[in-house]
Design a protein around this ligand. Structure first.
Ligand SMILES: Nc1ncnc2c1ncn2[C@@H]1O[C@H](COP(=O)(O)OP(=O)(O)OP(=O)(O)O)[C@@H](O)[C@H]1O
Length: 229
């Protein structure tokens, strides 16, 4: 489903160049929940963001669903990105849009007409258990509710892949647990998940496979049962 081939990304920091991701090759099969672990600054978020080219690699190739994203035109890339949803640690909702407006936004941007948009938005809000909040604004929601809205928005284009960047790090333990259960349901519906986390317990509970990163490289990729003998 996902193939990263020798991808690299560096950033300018002051007078020097920092190699955030260094020639990483990674294959993720359909149906995996693939965790990416490692210390702060190891390059986890940068690697995750290269899967949908939110961060464009300086070198290397990115394939999702057999399609090479790194050679696509801007409009073809926009189209391809519809099959890749993403959620973030701090939810990234749009504050001046209602819950409904946030969830329907990807469809609005791709020109889907209002009646279909509304129907699909309601379907997704029902799925995440927040239909009654559809007219509220993000500021009036709890952290867990915000993440549910973000998940509804990420799923509205029926993606094959969901990228999760520390999705429960800003939440208390019980709320985090309910979000992880929801992500398990998303996975059971056929979505391949890639999740950056610094929590070993999240890997153990959720992931079929794990990659451990250090200094921009992957040290190890393994099925979770065998990764920590
Ligand atoms: N846009 C940017 N500009 C400059 N440096 C960046 C940028 N994005 C990331 N970096 C640097 O690249 C390195 C890897 O960052 P990244 O966020 O991928 O690490 P991480 O493993 O996800 O860390 P954390 O767990 O703290 O989020 C860090 O040293 C970071 O400071």
């Amino acid at each position: 489903m996902i193939s990263l081939q020798e991808v690299s990304r560096s950033f300018t920091q002051g007078d020097s160049r920092l190699q955030a991701v260094d020639r990483v090759t990674l294959e993720i099969a359909a149906g995996e929940i693939h965790g990416i672990m490692g210390a702060s600054g190891a390059g986890k978020s940068t690697l995750l963001r290269m899967i949908n080219l939110l961060e464009r690699p300086d070198a290397g190739k990115v394939f999702v669903g057999g399609q090479e994203l790194t050679v696509l035109s801007a409009s073809a890339l926009r189209q391809a990105r519809r099959s890749i949803g993403m959620i973030f640690q701090h939810f990234n909702l749009v504050g001046n849009r209602t819950v409904e407006g946030n969830v329907g936004m990807p469809l609005e941007l791709s020109g889907v007409r209002r009646p279909e948009r509304q129907q699909r938005t309601e379907e997704l809000l029902r799925y995440v258990g927040l239909l009654e909040k559809k007219h509220q604004y993000p500021a009036s929601l709890s952290g867990g509710q915000k993440q549910r809205v973000a998940i509804a928005r990420a799923l509205i284009s029926r993606p094959k892949v969901l990228l999760c960047d520390e999705p429960t790090s800003a939440l208390d333990e019980r709320t985090a647990s309910s979000i992880l259960e929801l992500l398990k349901e998303v996975h059971a519906s056929g979505v391949t998940i890639v999740m950056v986390t610094h929590e070993r317990s999240v890997i153990d509970r959720m992931c079929s496979h794990v990659s451990v990163m250090e200094h921009g490289r992957i040290l190890l990729t393994a099925p979770v049962k065998e990764s920590y003998p």
